[in-house]
Design a protein around this ligand. Structure first.
Ligand SMILES: Nc1ncnc2c1ncn2[C@@H]1O[C@H](COP(=O)(O)OP(=O)(O)OP(=O)(O)O)[C@@H](O)[C@H]1O
Ligand code: SF4
Ligand SMILES: [Mg+2]
Length: 417
């Protein structure tokens, strides 16, 4: 068997320590389980503990000669701590571990359960108090499902999410009601999320009443205050949603979220439906409110320029997984994951004359009901070092240096620094 100048097997080889222990005859080869990173399998869930999979990885990395040498060009590198293994920071408001959400697929006369849409497939991260985590990725990658599961608007399939130390997924009715005061959502389409038959005052009064925050004159004063805070006039409270523009309606959606004085707001594409000029106004409003009230945002969006502008950190999702997570500046300047590189290459560069090498992704996003083996991105990946390992190993979302996490086995440890 050929070896590298360092005396080790090249990528895709079968020698000791090359990070390829699935041992099968091809992707998911018969008779051997694939090496799994991130505590998630490419097949259906087995209920195994995440650490069981990581134990496999650790064993490989301890193979003779492996730990002393950096990976050779093309070698698979599974090193780096995952968010699952890390102690969250002391100021973490939300700590999410191994979040999964499957939607069952039923078919036939007997409505039999024939499979699952794996909308969120083992996502782990934390959110610090007062920060904005941008979440990007192509349509259907699981952004909204993640946000909704974290607010318990939908029930998760597995995982934990600790909000200020309490697991959201174990909360009873009363605790959940208290959580609703602390975490809110702003939707993309404010029109469909506002009741067309209620005036703004009626709608806000209802929210204030349900949560026992204010009633009567006190509620009226609070409504006037909320409308002023979001840049509307108190006298507009008597109007119905259809009497407002798209941007104004989104301001009303924000006022409704703010009414309960939350700590966390999941902003699910809050500006995607708005004109560019109006987008900037709403983004500026969200930033002002964050400064004023110390809010924490999970900001979901398609538009990478918007996300760069507003986010402290950015998470990139692909096919239900988080595939890159880093400080916004680090991610935009030094994207590690080939998928992120492709997404960023599609963002227009404002400098005239600057050469722009766009990476055109081949093919469509695979079905989340039947994700590819190994790295979920491998059928579309443009990385020059992509090899047989990519179809076998599920890359862990590993810290590649300086808190820059990437789920790619061809990104060596240290690339994030
Ligand atoms: N209630 C549901 N029942 C079945 N499948 C669902 C349901 N909600 C979402 N899905 C599926 O889960 C996957 C993730 O959907 P999700 O809405 O989270 O994606 P997204 O990243 O928010 O996409 P977009 O950018 O288009 O809003 C998709 O394949 C979607 O079809
Ligand atoms: S992103 Fe590309 S190179 Fe990296 S593990 Fe996946 S397929 Fe391989
Ligand atoms: Mg969505």
């Amino acid at each position: 068997m050929a070896s590298t100048p360092e005396g080790r097997t090249p990528a895709g080889g079968q020698g000791p320590g090359d990070g390829q222990r699935s041992g099968g005859a091809g992707p998911n080869g018969a008779g051997a389980a694939p090496i799994i990173g991130q505590g998630v399998e490419s097949g259906p869930p087995t209920g195994r503990e995440p650490n069981a999979d990581r134990a496999d990885v650790a064993r490989i990395l301890e193979a003779p000669g492996r730990s002393e040498l950096p990976p050779a060009k093309g070698d698979s590198d599974l090193r780096g701590q995952t968010p699952d293994e890390m102690e969250p920071p002391a100021d973490a408001l939300l700590v999410v571990r191994g979040l999964k959400k499957y939607f069952p697929i039923h078919k036939g006369f007997f409505n039999s359960h024939v499979g699952d849409v794996k909308a969120v497939y083992g996502v782990s991260f934390f959110l610090r108090k007062g920060e904005t985590l941008g979440v990007v990725g192509e349509s259907g990658c699981g952004k909204s499902t993640t946000g909704r599961a974290l607010l318990r608007l939908i029930e998760p399939t597995a995982g934990t999410a600790h909000f200020d130390g309490r697991n959201i997924f174990e909360m009873g009715k009363d605790e959940l009601r208290r959580l609703r005061r602390r975490s809110q959502i702003v939707f993309q389409d404010p029109f469909s999320s506002l009741n067309p038959r209620m005036t703004i005052a009626e709608m806000l009064r209802e929210v204030l009443g349900i949560h026992g925050i204010a009633k009567g004159k006190q509620a009226n004063d609070r409504i006037a205050e909320l409308l002023t805070i979001v840049g509307l006039r108190p006298d507009q409270a008597v109007r119905y949603p259809h009497e407002f523009s798209g941007g104004q309606r989104q301001r009303i959606g924000i006022a409704r979220a703010l009414a309960v004085e939350p700590d966390l707001i999941v902003c699910d594409e809050p500006v995607s439906a708005l004109d560019v000029s109006v987008q900037a106004q709403v983004i500026n409003l969200l930033q002002d409110l964050q400064r004023q009230f110390g809010l924490t945002y999970m900001f979901i969006a398609h538009d990478l320029s918007v996300v760069e502008h507003i986010s402290d950190r950015v998470a990139v999702m692909y096919l239900g997984r988080m595939v890159e997570l880093a400080d916004a500046r680090a991610l935009y300047r030094n994207p590690l994951m080939p998928y992120t590189q492709a997404l960023l290459s599609a963002v227009p560069v404002p400098e005239p004359g600057r050469k722009h090498n766009r990476i055109v992704l081949q093919g469509d996003v695979p079905s989340p009901a039947n994700p590819p083996s190994g790295c979920p991105f491998h059928p579309r990946c443009q990385h020059p070092l992509k090899d047989a390992d990519c179809a076998k190993i599920v890359p862990p979302l590993a810290d590649k240096g300086g808190g820059h996490f990437a789920a790619c086995i061809k990104v060596p440890l240290g690339a994030g620094e």
